[in-house]
Design a protein around this ligand. Structure first.
Ligand code: GDP
Ligand code: MN
Length: 354
């Protein structure tokens, strides 16, 4: 595809690789995972991947979240996968339940429309709740109060490369707020009103917009595959949030807090099927500095059907530079991201000092 050719032309060395520093493991950070009891096998597979490639050297704790209590078996078998401490957190009802301002009829009608448009998970109410929780509630759980950074993990993901530096320490040393591996286009219909709702918010808080924002990436849809549907001004580019390493203080801050409340009041998590990935991404693109968002090009990662496979000697079991196969290959949004990074570095002082 044209996106691939553009990608190959990109000089990846612009995205510096950190040097190894095996000695830390003491950042104020934790691995987190929202998971169901039934996904025990999948989360164990993920833990093995991440423990083997990284965490067995650093021993950051794991925190598992669930809207129902974890079983004893879940606790015993996950703790058996790591030398680090595992914690199990129950999500408070008021963080998970459908808020009272959601109208039943509008919900039914919204879901019927999403189904008609073939939106994945449209009729799963718990999926909507999960996206809302990941958008505006995970960081409010008291168990995270004393942490600054987290790394999100889902069941059945893969890590392909041995990682010999402390990614959390890297975030702290370079003043990063967000790190991602994969960045893709979304189904425009699932986020139909996300952009107009966000722009209405920005209009009432114009000073919240970062001078080093990522507006090009958020709005340039020239490479978006399905142009027959409109996302009302949003490119639909988003960091794929099943992997994220981020600074909790960004979500805890006034800007994101107010932004989330504004989105939540509009009902879009239920009447549409806003994912936490586009919500996080729009917020980061508007309020964070582009220089504080980091592409971990050296982390080999897969959550089917997409992957990030670096062409590096410490990576195994993935094909270098292969992102996906078949139709979904077109959904890669990296080229738009590169364009944004180049623009941002030109306007805001060249290469970021990584
Ligand atoms: P996908 O990656 O978008 O296909 O969605 P997943 O089914 O992987 O869900 C995203 C994450 O949320 C995974 O870590 C799931 O284990 C978790 N998850 C989704 N729904 C629920 C739920 O109702 N309860 C709990 N506890 N976890 C959930
Ligand atoms: Mn998943």
């Amino acid at each position: 595809s044209s996106g691939d050719r553009a990608l190959n032309r990109m000089n990846l060395t612009q995205f510096e690789l950190p040097t190894s520093n095996l000695t830390t493991g003491r950042a104020n950070a934790t691995l987190i995972s929202l998971v169901r009891n039934e996904e025990l096998g999948g989360i164990i597979r993920s833990m093995r991947q991440l423990e083997m490639s990284w965490n067995n050297k650093y021993n950051y704790p794991w925190i598992f979240f669930n809207d129902v209590p974890f079983t004893e078996e879940f606790k015993k078998r996950t703790q058996a996968e790591t030398k680090a401490q595992c914690h199990y957190a129950l999500i408070p009802k008021e963080h998970w339940e459908i808020p009272e301002w959601i109208d039943d009829d509008q919900l039914k009608q919204g879901i019927a429309e999403q189904k008609k448009k073939g939106i994945k998970y449209a009729s799963s109410i718990s999926y909507h709740q999960m996206c809302r929780w990941n958008s505006g509630f995970f960081y409010k759980h008291p168990i995270l109060d004393n942490y600054k950074y987290y790394w999100r993990v889902e069941p059945d993901i893969k890590y392909f490369c041995d990682i010999d530096y402390d990614l959390f320490q890297f975030m702290a040393d370079h003043n990063k707020v967000y790190g991602f591996t994969i960045n893709i286009f979304d189904d425009p219909f699932s986020v139909k009103s996300l952009w107009p709702t966000s722009m209405a918010f920005l209009k009432s808080h114009p000073d919240y917009l970062s001078t080093d924002n990522s507006m090009t990436w958020l709005t340039d849809d020239t490479l978006r595959p399905d142009k027959t549907l409109s996302a009302n001004g949003y490119s639909t580019c988003h960091f794929w949030s099943n992997f994220e390493i981020a600074d909790l203080d960004f979500w805890r801050g006034e800007k994101y807090q107010k932004y989330f409340d504004h989105l939540d009041q509009s009902g879009g998590f239920f009447y549409e099927r806003w994912g936490d990935a586009p919500v996080h991404s729009v917020a980061l693109g508007l309020f964070a500095d582009n220089s504080q968002i980091h592409w971990f090009r050296d982390i080999g990662y897969e959550h089917p059907p997409y992957s990030n496979c670096p062409d590096l000697p410490n990576c195994q079991n993935c094909k270098p530079n292969v992102f996906a196969s078949g139709r979904v290959l077109k959904e890669d949004c990296r080229v738009t991201w590169f364009k944004q990074v180049c623009e941002s570095r030109t306007q805001h002082g060249g290469m970021s000092p990584e």
